[in-house]
Design a protein around this ligand. Structure first.
Ligand code: MN
Ligand code: MN
Length: 471
C-alpha cells in the first residue's frame, strides 16, 4: 500500500513548476501522431533548401487546399484563402475570417532562408588543373563546419533576356556533389595552432567543382588556356544554355547535399540542413491550412533575409506586411491602425536547445530542453536585453492560456547564459508596427551547422501551438 502524501508533498505538487518531456506526458497515440506529422516535415525539408524552393513547396501545399494567388489592389472578401508571392522569395498567406477585421489579425512570422555559401558574381576559376567556385557566405556560419562535407548547388540564373533557369545538382541519387578541401593532419601543424574562428577564412571557402580539361575532337586536351574552366563552362552551356557572364545575374548557393534523416536508434530526432527556420515555417503553414475556417483573420509570413538582418524587399523590414493589412482594412471596411493595435504575432524562430555536451554556455533552468515542447522566449537580444522585443507579461499570459487550453506542450527558453552571446529574430520589426509580438520556436542542437538536430515531439508541439493560436 502506498503511503499517504504529506501536506508538504501535496503543496509542492500544487505550487511548484516542473518541466516535463513529451515522453512523460503523451499517450502512445499522440507520440505516433508526432512521428507521422514529421514525415511531411522531412519531405518539406528535402524540397525546400533555399527560400525560393521553400516558396514553391509552400505554394504547392496551399494550392491543394484551395488557396489562390493575390495581387496588391485585388478585392478581399471574408472567407478568402489567399497567398501573396513576393518575388519568389517570401510568402504571405492569408485566411480571411468572418469576424470584424478591426479585431486584428493573428500573425505567425517565420523565415525560410538559412545560412549557406552563395556563389560570387564572378565565381569560376581554375588553379593547378582544378576548377573552383568562389563563394561569399550568407548568414552566421562557423566556417570550419563547411569543409569536407558534400555540397549541392541550388539556385537560379536569370539570363540577359529574362529567361529563368533553375539549377539543382547534388541531391538526387547519382548526382555529383561538390566540396571544400581541408588539410591533412600530417601537415596541419600551423593551422592547428590557430583559433577555431581564424583557421578558416571567407576567401578560403572555395568549392572544388571539376578536374579534367576540355577535350578537343581529336580526344586530346585543348591547347586553349583555362582548360578545366572551359570544360565546366562547356557543360553548363550545354545543360543550361548559359555563358560565364550569366553568373552576374544569378543567385546560386552551395548547400549541404542530401536529405533529412532520422537520428538515433529510436528515430526520435531529425538531422537536416535548414531546420532554422523551416521548423517554424512548415508547422505555421500546416496550422493555417488546418484552421482555414477560423473566425479570425490569419496571416502566415514566410520571410527571407532573416539571417542577414531582415533587410531588402523580401526581408521582414519591408513594408509588405503593413501593405497587406492596409488592403484588408480597405476591402473589409476596417481601420488599419485599429487592426494593427488589436493584432497578435508569434515571431516564429528556433531556440538554442540545451546541449548536454556543452552545458557551460547554457543556464539550464532557463534553457529550452529537447523534447520538452515548443519554446517561448519573452525576450532575445544580448547583454542587458539589448535590441530585443521584450513581450509584455500580459501577452505571454494570453498565449500561454491558448496553449494550455489546447494541450500544447510548451516551455520557455533563453538563448544561452547571460553575457555568453545572444541573437535576435524578426520580432522587433513586427512590434515596431504596434503589433503585440512574442517569440516562439523549436529547440535546435547545432544551430546554423550544415546538419542541425531537432526532436520530433518538439516539431509536432510547434504545429499544435500555431494551431491553437489560429483557433
Ligand atoms: Mn532563425
Ligand atoms: Mn538563424
Amino acid at each position: 500500500m502506498s503511503e499517504q502524501k504529506t501536506k508538504g508533498q501535496l503543496l509542492a505538487e500544487e505550487v511548484f513548476y516542473k518541466k516535463k518531456s513529451a515522453f512523460d506526458l503523451w499517450s502512445a497515440e499522440e507520440l505516433s501522431a508526432a512521428k507521422e506529422y514529421c514525415g511531411g516535415y522531412m519531405k518539406y525539408l528535402d524540397d525546400a533548401k533555399t527560400e525560393r524552393e521553400a516558396v514553391d513547396a509552400s505554394i504547392a501545399m496551399l494550392e491543394k487546399e484551395g488557396f489562390r494567388p493575390y495581387k496588391l489592389g485585388d478585392a478581399i472578401h471574408a472567407g478568402d484563402k489567399l497567398y501573396y508571392n513576393n518575388r519568389g522569395k517570401s510568402l504571405y498567406v492569408l485566411s480571411v475570417g468572418t469576424e470584424d477585421i478591426n479585431n486584428g489579425v493573428r500573425i505567425s512570422a517565420s523565415h525560410i532562408d538559412s545560412p549557406r555559401l552563395d556563389l560570387k558574381q564572378h565565381p569560376l576559376f581554375e588553379n593547378d588543373n582544378l576548377a573552383y567556385f568562389k563563394t561569399h557566405y550568407y548568414g552566421g556560419i562557423r566556417k570550419y563546419q563547411w569543409a569536407t562535407i558534400p555540397l549541392a548547388l541550388h539556385g537560379v540564373v536569370i539570363k540577359r533576356n529574362g529567361e529563368s533557369v533553375n539549377v539543382r545538382i547534388g541531391d538526387l541519387p547519382g548526382d555529383p556533389v561538390f566540396c571544400i578541401t581541408d588539410l591533412l593532419p600530417h601537415l596541419a601543424k600551423d593551422q592547428n595552432a590557430k583559433t577555431l574562428g581564424t583557421a578558416f577564412t571567407g576567401e578560403g571557402l572555395n568549392i572544388l567543382i571539376a578536374a579534367a580539361p576540355y577535350m578537343e575532337e581529336d580526344g586530346k586536351p585543348t591547347p586553349a588556356s583555362d582548360k578545366v574552366k572551359l570544360s565546366v563552362m562547356a557543360y553548363l552551356n550545354e545543360k543550361y544554355g548559359i555563358t560565364e557572364s550569366d553568373f552576374m545575374s544569378a543567385e546560386l548557393s552551395m548547400v549541404p547535399a542530401g536529405n533529412a534523416v532520422d537520428i538515433g536508434f529510436d528515430r526520435w530526432l531529425i538531422g537536416a540542413y535548414g531546420h532554422d527556420d523551416r521548423v517554424s515555417a512548415y508547422p505555421s503553414l500546416t496550422a493555417i491550412i488546418e484552421n482555414k475556417n477560423s473566425p479570425h483573420t490569419l496571416m502566415c509570413i514566410l520571410a527571407d533575409k532573416e539571417e542577414t538582418g531582415s533587410e531588402g524587399v523580401t526581408g521582414m523590414q519591408c513594408s509588405l506586411m503593413v501593405d497587406l493589412i492596409n488592403e484588408l482594412a480597405k476591402h473589409l471596411f476596417g481601420n488599419p491602425n485599429v487592426i494593427r493595435a488589436n493584432s497578435l504575432c508569434l515571431s516564429a524562430d528556433v531556440s538554442a536547445g540545451f546541449d548536454p555536451n556543452y552545458p557551460e554556455v547554457h543556464e539550464k533552468r532557463n534553457a529550452s530542453l529537447i523534447s520538452c515542447g515548443v519554446a517561448m522566449s519573452k525576450y532575445t537580444g544580448s547583454g542587458g536585453k539589448s535590441s530585443t522585443n521584450d513581450a509584455g507579461a500580459e501577452l505571454v499570459s494570453l498565449i500561454r492560456s491558448m496553449f494550455e487550453k489546447d494541450g500544447v506542450l510548451w516551455q520557455t527558453g533563453e538563448l544561452g547564459k547571460v553575457d555568453q552571446g545572444g541573437g535576435g529574430t524578426v520580432a522587433k520589426y513586427i512590434a515596431k508596427q504596434n503589433i503585440d509580438t512574442v517569440d516562439l520556436g523549436v529547440p535546435v542542437l547545432s544551430m546554423h551547422a550544415p546538419f542541425e538536430v531537432v526532436s520530433k515531439v518538439d516539431v509536432y508541439s510547434a504545429h499544435k501551438a500555431f494551431s491553437a493560436f489560429c483557433k
